[in-house]
Design a protein around this ligand. Structure first.
Ligand code: FES
Length: 157
């Protein structure tokens, strides 16, 4: 069956377009909407969004593959993105990553067998003054400590 937005997503798509001066400017929020609706931005979904946005699929694909917040493969319910850029690296991000790996018994790039957590490293999350920083789905966790990792994972498990 061909990919198609639900009626609710169509409504949200139209409301999103109305907030921007021209269609292409709405591409990022439309891709986030598509990701919320389908989970993974597959090639078929990229084609669908390109059609909706009157853009070449290659243009949409280049945006999807540029931003690490877009999922191009299956991920868990909670996507943990740990910043490993300079400020975070200097403030203990490696310990945070190792702790999460031990807690979840997965490596970076992997998903837990129950499909609950995916662990990823990412580039600067733009909050260097509160390094180390981790993002889980849409939420930022700043000044990460191993205790905070435990508290967060306990609350999500
Ligand atoms: S270096 Fe990690 S948030 Fe900027």
């Amino acid at each position: 069956m061909a990919v198609k937005f639900s009626p609710q997503a169509v409504k949200e798509f139209e409301e999103t377009l109305a907030r921007y001066p021209h269609k292409e400017a709405a591409l990022l929020p439309v891709l986030l909407l598509a990701q919320r609706e389908f989970g993974v931005l597959s090639d078929e979904l990229v084609q669908y969004v390109a059609g909706l946005m009157d853009l070449p699929p290659s243009r949409v694909k280049s945006v999807v593959t540029f931003y690490t917040l877009f999922n191009t493969r299956e991920v868990g319910r909670y996507v943990i993105r740990v910043c490993h850029t300079l400020s975070c690296a200097l403030n203990g991000t490696e310990e945070v990553i190792e702790h999460i790996k031990k807690r979840l018994h997965i490596d970076v790039g992997e998903t837990t067998p129950d499909k609950k957590f995916t662990l990823l490293e990412c580039e600067c999350l733009g909050s260097c003054n509160t390094a180390p920083v981790t993002q889980i789905n849409d939420r930022y966790y700043e000044n990460m400590t191993l205790e905070l990792v435990d508290q967060i994972l306990d609350s999500l498990e």
